[in-house]
Design a protein around this ligand. Structure first.
Ligand code: GDP
Ligand code: NAG
Ligand code: NAG
Ligand code: NAG
Ligand code: NAG
Ligand code: MG
Length: 417
């Protein structure tokens, strides 16, 4: 650093030290909120718009683990970070209206439980904390992108570099009209999300937004910290209650015992589950994007029937994104009792498509045996849930075959305590 720069920084430092949270002190240009003088810093992130709910849950984990590790840092510049949860708006697979919904995470997850793993806050808590009258101008925005040459040169080393944007990115700012920035850069990136602490350490910004956060990878996929984070992602209690009522009423399935808090869970492999087969059948865009892997209706009917006979079960619960007509085609030749969760319109309005998806996942998680869809993140999340509940792996890591022949089965990512 040049002497001139040093001097400049020194002057700034003195200036800041005597500035009592005036407009100039804040990096954001409007008045300061109740917490603005505090040392809190805010890390915001967003994901490539077309990505679905369950990949977004995975990206959350990468950043929650970063936030968890930052909190343990001895450096104040790092341990003051709060991770701001991006509200759910206009998801590709969900029905939505013109107005963005901005659904907070607490509607789908148990926020208290998330917070006991990492310092995460809802967007509305962030707004309250900074209490801006005229909106938020984010200090630094980094759009993550892959290194252009990564696949050509085969250079897969961890690295990061501010570079020209590879394409024109449109930043949504979570569909808020009052959130903007005039400091946007593209960051070519390869490595785990935890490596971003290097960027955060160098920056003095109070608010940082990482867009296309899915470019950053997991630190250690499947290790103890991964599973602690995953276990903390308990579902919203109202959704759990709806799923339990359904299981009790239609599937003769009671609740598995789990301690009140995820921190108190103990390893087990003896969970039996309710007397039904759980199925996750991904259709819609998978029919186009993965035509060579998706089984025919007849094959699905056959595979479900065979399993029910083999397992000596008399009913099947089917979670699927198939429409009514396709669903009827699937079940019409299954000679056993079939169940699907369909909320009344009032409940659907309240819990939205995301809530319905979660209830489907919970019900599949409690089945005696589960079979999912090859490479669907929706199925992966059910498998993880069953690992947490303590099922024997044979009852969990199964997926449909294209036809009723041998076919690749999912990797057994087993829980670690
Ligand atoms: N309710 C419900 N929704 C589903 C089901 N399968 C897929 N979906 C919807 O389709 C989306 C699929 O996207 P995503 O979560 O990314 O999973 P993936 O694309 O299968 O890896 C989900 O988020 C749901 O909104 C299902 O069985 N039940
Ligand atoms: C937010 O700011 C306004 C105006 O500056 C003030 O009246 C209000 O009390 C503040 N709210 C909180 C929670 O501090
Ligand atoms: C931004 O606008 C939303 C409504 O769209 C409002 O809830 C929020 O408080 C506003 N945030 C700030 C910082 O002004
Ligand atoms: C429901 O489960 C209980 C206990 O597992 C069993 O005793 C009962 O017969 C079952 N009822 C039906 C209708 O299958
Ligand atoms: C199959 O289940 C029925 C009751 O649902 C039971 O009576 C029968 O013994 C079971 N058969 C086997 C082979 O487990
Ligand atoms: Mg998807």
């Amino acid at each position: 650093m040049s002497t001139q720069n040093c001097l400049f920084e020194f002057i700034l430092l003195v200036f800041f030290a005597f500035c009592n949270c005036s407009q100039d002190y804040c990096h954001i240009d409007s008045d300061c909120g109740p917490n603005y003088g505090s040392k809190d810093r805010y890390l915001l992130y967003d994901v490539n718009p077309p990505e679905g709910f369950n990949l977004r849950r995975d990206v959350y984990m990468r950043f929650a683990i970063l936030a968890y590790k930052l909190k343990q840092s001895k450096k104040d510049e790092l341990n003051n970070f709060k991770l701001v949860l991006p509200p759910w708006s206009r998801l590709f697979h969900w029905k939505y209206n013109a107005e963005p919904e901005h659904i907070p995470w607490g509607r789908f997850f148990d926020l208290e439980s998330l917070k006991r793993f990492a310092p995460v806050i809802e967007m509305y808590e962030f707004f309250d904390a900074i209490n801006q009258t005229y909106g938020v101008k984010i200090d630094e925005v980094y759009v993550l992108q892959h290194f252009k040459d990564m696949f050509e040169t085969g250079n897969f080393k961890d690295r990061m570099q501010i570079e020209q944007c590879a394409q024109k990115y449109q930043i949504n700012y979570f569909f808020y009209k009052n959130v903007t920035s005039n400091n946007v850069k593209c960051l070519s990136y390869h490595g785990p999300a935890t490596k971003l602490s290097q960027l955060l350490l160098k920056s003095s910004a109070k608010t940082i937004l990482l867009d296309h956060a899915e470019v950053a990878l997991h630190d250690m996929f499947g290790d103890r910290t991964y599973w602690q984070c995953r276990r903390s992602m308990r579902f919203n209690k109202d959704l759990q209650k709806i799923a339990l009522d359904f299981r009790q009423k239609y599937l003769n399935s009671s609740d598995e015992f789990l301690p009140e808090n995820w921190e108190d869970e103990k390893p087990k492999r003896s969970t039996k589950g309710g007397p039904y087969l759980g199925v996750h059948l991904r259709r819609r865009d998978f029919l186009r994007g993965r035509a060579h892997q998706v089984p025919s209706i007849n094959s699905i009917t056959q595979q479900i029937t065979n399993l029910l006979e083999k397992l000596n079960l008399s009913q099947v619960f089917i979670a699927t994104d198939a429409d009514e007509d396709e669903y009827r085609d699937i079940i019409k030749n299954i000679p056993f009792k079939t169940q699907r969760y369909t909320p009344d319109s009032e409940t659907r309005e309240k819990i939205k498509d995301g809530g319905v998806a979660i209830i489907d996942q919970i019900i599949c998680s409690h089945a005696r045996y589960f079979i999912g869809t090859y490479e669907s993140t929706f199925s992966f999340r059910i498998q993880e849930e069953r690992e947490i509940l303590g099922f024997p792996p044979d009852t969990t890591f199964n997926c449909f075959c294209k036809e009723n022949t041998e076919c690749p089965q999912p990797t057994r990512w087993k829980i670690v305590y």
